[in-house]
Write a protein that binds this ligand. Structure first.
Ligand SMILES: Cc1cc2nc3c(=O)[nH]c(=O)nc-3n(C[C@H](O)[C@H](O)[C@H](O)COP(=O)(O)OP(=O)(O)OC[C@H]3O[C@@H](n4cnc5c(N)ncnc54)[C@H](O)[C@@H]3O)c2cc1C
Ligand code: SF4
Length: 621
């Protein structure tokens, strides 16, 4: 670990230093540096997350006192190891250790690998930053007019803005986050980029058993700034269900196909070329082939990808073709303007129709933009919250029906070097179980440190595994879930997600399937994430591990929240009508992930963009 020591911030307490030393078997000086960095990162978390972390550090310290008679930072390496063996063996204490590992390992990985990640960037970006007409909210007048305001500049908002601007309307896109330039992705540390690019520095968690980690992007380009660039067309059977069961005419596969074609062309979608695939993807394809399973290089929107494996923290080559590089510049070329660092506080309305929006600047001052049409595209967690605080949240289904496409990951140890951070971050897909079980497997590496939370244990054992991380291949699997969650709150989104039993069973099946792929590809051991059976050495052990999996202890993450303002024909069940209009008011449309009636069963960006286009065409028409 080579980071310069930052001035110790106030919160760098001995408990955290002791934890860092114990988790990674570090000498006191390195533990102090790491603890300072963890504290600096945690300052960007919302207060409830910071409080939870502080309580976690304090609890570990108390457990140390109880079990050893000494505080954690006073223990020597042998005592720490004995203590953590004990904590990892208990149920609640193991949950605590798992949770506290997340910020510590992320920070450690970023510090260790950051310099090398930057040094590796020898080639120039694949393209320059796009010309965008962006104005900071601090420079925007307190009162202005527009034909249409689009709230949110992500997948849905960008596409809606493009259609509306091209139709000749005066469009203002309002974005809470800021604009990012490629130079920041080339020079920033992984941790700083992570903290900047995600809402609440990535600390969004859906509450439930198990809790689900749910990172959400924030910036000009929305979550497409940080997504993995995987592109799937919406499956026909999903579209047919939306058309026939929800009355969404635009979802007719024949009508939807040209919209998807347009999105594909906009995003320059193409399969991952072999030369940048990387060993992680090759392992997945090899394992699937050995099992006779259907697999393929993924289709992606990343022309010029150099396999830098940093998509989740902003592409340092500007290769990943998020909407900040296509739909938004197209919209600006047609006259749209983007207002950044501007949080829409509420949609203004009177006499049953929209009149504009009220926006808060970072310094707390407000501005208003008056417009007869408002398109809400703030994402599936923020859209219902914003509508509620605008006194437009009366529909009983608003905020409900949240599907998240829950994901688990499984990793395999190989004798040969995998070097999974060289190559495309999400590179190969295995769809053998997709239509039959709703399980979609994708070879997904992570930027350094961000995936090491799968590794079991603490102390020397964990440090040894981190030392061999180049030999680890990682797969992820998502399952098409029932809409088991909801978003409550008006000032701030609070997400609740109760994994349905059938879905939890499928996640366990997904772990088994990924383990089989890894063994078939030659893995010597598989890291399952199943408590008590974290590492298995054969298929028989893998199957046995699956029988011991407890649903509430699964490590689940989710990247695709949808459905919280679902569209459809039934006024009782759908807060948004089949044309995207919010019910109960005129002049407000929703055009983001919220409107999808159910989980789209594949990575959703293309579906969201195509649906936003259909909705915006309706407005323009
Ligand atoms: C790590 C990760 C990897 C992913 N990988 C893939 C992938 O490979 N393929 C794929 O298809 N999908 C992927 N996704 C999902 C995909 O990117 C999202 O589903 C999609 O971007 C959602 O589009 P959206 O328009 O609903 O919201 P977003 O793209 O999230 O945009 C919403 C925007 O609204 C802004 N906003 C919110 N509230 C306000 C407010 N009050 N005022 C002003 N602005 C506001 C937000 O800051 C944000 O920029 C991934 C997601 C994540 C997190
Ligand atoms: S893998 Fe991702 S971050 Fe790396 S060059 Fe390709 S698109 Fe960019």
């Amino acid at each position: 670990m080579t980071a310069p020591e930052r001035r110790p911030p106030a919160g760098a307490r001995p408990a955290l230093e002791g934890l860092c030393a114990a988790l990674l078997d570090l000498p006191p000086h390195e533990a102090r540096v790491l603890a300072n960095e963890v504290t600096a990162m945690s300052r960007r978390f919302p207060s409830h997350a910071r409080l939870a972390l502080s309580a976690g550090y304090a609890t570990t310290d108390v457990l140390s006192l109880l079990h050893t008679g000494s505080r954690l930072h006073r223990l020597d390496a042998v005592q720490r190891e004995a203590l953590f063996d004990r904590l990892c063996a208990g149920t609640a204490t193991a949950d605590l250790v798992d949770a506290l590992k997340v910020p510590v390992l992320m920070t450690h990985g970023s510090l260790s690998a950051g310099p090398e990640m930057i040094a590796r960037l020898t080639e120039p970006p694949a393209r320059p930053d796009a010309p965008l007409d962006v104005t900071l909210s601090s420079s925007w007048p307190s009162r202005s007019l527009a034909d249409v305001v689009v709230i949110g500049s992500g997948a849905g908002g960008a596409m809606a803005a493009r259609v509306l601007a091209r139709a000749g309307l005066a469009v203002v896109v309002i974005e809470e986050g800021r604009r990012f330039m490629v130079e920041e992705f080339r020079n920033g540390t992984p941790l700083d980029r992570f903290g900047d690019l995600y809402r609440d520095a990535g600390a969004t968690v859906a509450l439930g058993r198990p809790p689900v980690i749910m990172p959400i992007g924030r910036g000009v380009g929305g979550t497409t700034l940080v997504n993995s660039g995987t592109c799937y067309r919406t499956p026909d059977d999903v579209l047919l269900r939306w058309r026939d069961q929800h009355g969404v005419d635009a979802a007719d596969p024949v009508r939807f196909a040209p919209l998807l074609d347009d999105v594909e062309a906009t995003l320059q979608v193409a399969p991952v070329p072999d030369e940048v695939m990387g060993e992680n993807g090759r392992v997945a394809l090899r394992g699937a082939a050995a099992l006779g399973w259907s697999s393929h290089p993924l289709a992606r929107n990343a022309p010029g990808c150099g396999g830098m494996c940093q998509c989740a923290i902003g592409c340092p080559r500007n290769a990943k073709f998020g909407v900040h590089l296509n739909a938004l510049p197209d919209a600006c070329a047609a006259g749209a303007v983007i207002l950044s660092e501007a949080r829409v506080e509420c949609v203004l309305h009177g006499a049953g129709r929209a009149t504009g929006v009220r926006v808060r600047r970072p310094d707390g001052s407000v501005l208003e933009i008056l417009a007869p049409r408002v398109v809400v595209a703030a994402g599936a967690t923020e859209t219902p919250t914003l509508l509620r605080r605008s006194a437009l949240g009366r529909h009983p289904h608003l905020g409900r029906n949240l599907a998240v496409h829950p994901a688990v990951s499984t990793a395999g140890w190989f004798d040969e070097r995998i070097n999974s951070t060289r190559g495309v971050l999400q590179s190969a897909g295995i769809d053998e179980l997709h239509r039959s079980d709703g399980i979609l497997i994708e070879a997904t590496a992570t930027p350094p440190g961000m995936g090491s939370m799968v590794l079991p244990g603490a102390g020397r054992r964990l440090a040894e595994q981190l030392g061999r991380i180049d030999h680890l291949a990682t797969l992820g699997a998502m399952i098409a879930d029932a809409p088991s969650g909801r978003v409550v709150g008006a000032r701030r989104a609070i997400v609740r997600y109760d994994l349905a039993k059938a879905d939890a069973d499928r996640l366990v099946r997904a772990i088994t399937a990924m383990g089989r792929v890894l063994f078939a590809a030659g893995a010597t051991a598989v890291v399952t994430g199943i408590r008590g059976h974290e590492t298995v050495h054969s298929e028989a052990e893998l199957v046995d591990a699956a029988t011991h999996a407890r649903h509430e202890r699964l490590h689940v993450a989710a990247f695709h929240p949808t459905g919280t303002a679902r569209m459809g024909a039934d006024a009782q069940c759908h807060p948004v009508d089949a044309a995207g209009r919010l019910r109960g008011v005129r002049g407000v449309w929703v055009a983001d992930a919220s409107v999808l009636p159910t989980c789209p069963e594949v990575n959703p960006q293309m579906t969201i963009m195509a649906m936003a286009q259909a909705i915006a065409q309706g407005i323009a028409g």
